[in-house]
Design a protein around this ligand. Sequence first.
Ligand code: URP
Ligand code: ZN
Ligand code: ZN
Length: 469
Amino acid sequence: MSASFDLVVRNARIATASDTFHADIGVKGGVITQLGIGLPRGESEIDARGRVVTPCGVDGHCHLDQVIPPPVRMADDFLSGTRSAACGGTTTIIPFAAQQKGESLRSAVNEYHRRAEGRASIDYGFHLIVTDPAPDVVNRELPQLIAEGYTSFKIYMTYDDLRLNDRQMLEVMAAARKHGAMTLVHAENADCIEWLTESLLNAGLTAPRYHATSRPMLVEREATHRAISFAELVDVPIVIVHVSGREAVEQIQWARNRGINIFAETCPQYLFLCAEDLGIDDDYHGAKCVCSPPPRDPANQKVIWRGLADGTFTILSSDHAPFSFDDPHGKQPNGEQPAFPYIPNGIPGLETRMPLLYTEGVLAGRISLNRFVELTSTNPAKLYGLHPKKGTIAIGADADLVIWDEAERVLTNDMLHHAVDYTPYEGRRLRAWPGMTLSRGEVVWDGATFSATAGRGQFLRRGLPSIRQ
Ligand code: URP
Ligand code: ZN
Ligand code: ZN
C-alpha cells in the first residue's frame, strides 16, 4: 500500500499570520494535504524537532536580469537570484517585466519569460513596469495581460527613462481600477531631484553621500502625497513602495484617516542602513548603499520599525537590485568612481530579507512571529493575487516551508548565494537562518547545500488582490 503522504514534516512549531501551534505537516504532490498530531508515515520524513516552521517568503519586489542601458548590468539573473532567494527562505518572487519606451508590453513580457525559463529554481510571477502608457497599451495590452495573470504594475515618478507625468499616472491608475489590478508607485519628485543634483554637481560635490542630499525626505513626501491624491481622484487602491521614513509614513496615515485605501511597503535598507552608510566623508565605498529612496537617519529607522509593528506597513520586500561593486558593469566600473547620479541605484537583499527581520524583529521583540509571517509572506501573497496557494501553511496551500535554525552567526558575503560581490550587511550578527527551505515539498536548501535544479521554478498566473487595508 502506498503511503498517504510523499513527505511528512514532523514536530513543527508552525507559525502563520494568525496562529502558532504544534503539528505535523502532510504533503502530497507538493501540496499540504493534512495538518495534525501523529500523522501516518510518509515516503520521506523530516523531523523539525520543535523548531519554528513558517511559510516561505514571498518577495513582492525584486529586480532580476532587468534590461538597463549598458555598460551597467545586473549581477543576478534568474539562476543566481532564485538560488539566493531559496537559501534565504524565499520561494516565491515577483520581479519585473520592464517595458522600454516605445516597446509593447507584450514584447517586454515575452523577453522576461525568455530570461526566466530554464533558469528559475523557485516560483515567480511578473509585475509589469509601464513606462509608455500609449492608448493601445492602456486600452488593449494591459487588460489582456491582467487577464493572463500579470495583475500588478509599477509606475515611476522619477528616473528619466521610466517616469510618467501626472496625466499618464492617472491613465494607468484608471486602467487598474477598471480591471481590478494593483498599481505600485515609486514616489520621488523627479524635478526636485534634478534641480538639487545640478546644484550639487556645480558645487563639485560628487561623492556617493550626496545621493542622499539630492533625494531628501521632502521629495518622497511630496510625491507620496501626489500619488495618494491621484489614487483618491481615481478611487483605486495603490501600493507606495520602498517607504523610507517619517514624512512618507505620515502621508500614508493621513490618507488612511480619510478612508483612502493605500497599501505600504518598506524594505530592510530602511531598518538597517542610514545615510551615513553612504559615506561620512568622500569614501567611495558608500556607493554600495546607494539606492532610491536613500536610507535616512536613526530617527526615521525608528518610525519604520514602529510602522512594521503597528500595521502601517502591509509588506516588507527586499527591493533586491543587484549591482556588483568592483565590476565593469557595476558601481565602480574598471576602478572608476562616477559622480553620485551615475552610480547604479540599488542594493542586494533577497537572501538576507527574512533572516534580518527574524533576528531584529522577532527575536529582538519588536514584532511578533505572526506579524513576521504576515509581512514577509501572507500579505504579499494576498496583495499580489497568490493567496492561499502561497503565503500560508494550510490544507491546499503549496508546501513552501522554512524550518528556522535559531543559532548565532556573523553574516559575510561569502555565505550568500547571489552573484553580487558584497552585502551591505557584512559583519552583522544574525540569530536565525533557514535551516531548511522546501519549495512545493522539495528540499531546495538544507542549511548547507542548495539542491534545486534550474528551471524547476513555475510561472505563477496571479489572481486579483484579496486584501483590504
Ligand atoms: O534603488 C533602487 N531602489 N533601485 C531599484 C529600482 C527601484 O526603483 O525600485
Ligand atoms: Zn522603485
Ligand atoms: Zn525596486
